[in-house]
Design a protein around this ligand. Structure first.
Ligand code: NI
Length: 173
C-alpha cells in the first residue's frame, strides 16, 4: 500500500503534462486518495479534479457538477465516448489559475469506469457533466485547456502562462 502525498498542482508541474498510469489495485490508499481529491476540489471551488492535479499520475478523477462533496463521484480508469456534436463554452481549470477560454467539447459523453468497490459502471452525461468528463479525461492524457484554446486565446494566455512559470521557479526552488 502506498500513501499518496497529495497537493494541488499547477502548471508547469511536470505531472500535468504526462499521460497518467492505470490503477491496478483499488485498495485503502486509493480510497484515501479519492477522499483527499474530493477535499482539494471542494476547497478550491472546482467541479472536478483529476489525479495529476493532486500530484498523482494515476487514472482517476472526481466530478461534482454542483461543487459539493456529497455529490462528488469517483471514476477510476475511465474510458470516454463523446458524441452529439460540438459546442463551445467558457472553461477554466484549477491548475491554470487566471486562464479562461472558450473550448469546444462534445455535447454528450458516456463514461465507463470502475468505482471504489471495484465495480464497473457506465454513465451518460450532457451539458456541464459531459464537459467535465472531457476536461478531466484530458488531464489523464496530459492535456490541459491551454492546449485547446483558439490561436487568439492562446496568445492572450501567454502572459499568464509565463507568470505561472515564473512563480514556480521563484526563490528557494
Ligand atoms: Ni482542469
Amino acid at each position: 500500500m502506498t500513501d499518496y502525498e497529495c497537493k494541488m498542482t499547477r502548471f508547469p508541474e511536470p505531472v500535468l503534462g504526462k499521460k497518467a498510469r492505470p490503477i491496478e489495485v483499488i485498495d485503502e490508499s486509493i480510497r484515501a486518495l479519492a477522499e483527499r481529491m474530493k477535499e482539494i476540489m471542494v476547497d478550491n471551488k472546482g467541479v472536478g479534479l483529476a489525479g495529476p492535479q493532486a500530484g498523482v499520475d494515476l487514472r482517476i478523477f472526481v466530478v461534482s457538477t454542483d461543487g459539493t462533496r456529497e455529490n462528488a463521484k469517483v471514476y477510476i480508469n475511465p474510458k470516454i465516448e463523446p458524441g452529439g456534436g460540438l459546442t463551445e463554452n467558457e472553461e477554466g481549470c484549477l491548475s491554470l489559475p487566471g486562464i479562461w477560454g472558450k473550448i469546444k467539447r462534445y455535447k454528450k459523453c458516456t463514461v465507463t469506469a470502475t468505482d471504489l468497490d471495484g465495480n464497473e459502471f457506465t454513465e451518460e452525461g450532457e451539458g456541464l457533466l459531459a464537459r467535465a468528463f472531457q476536461h478531466e479525461y484530458d488531464h489523464l492524457e496530459g492535456i490541459m485547456i491551454k492546449d485547446r484554446l483558439s490561436a487568439a486565446a492562446k496568445l492572450r494566455a501567454r502572459r499568464q502562462l509565463r507568470k505561472l512559470q515564473a512563480e514556480s521557479s521563484g526563490p528557494g526552488e
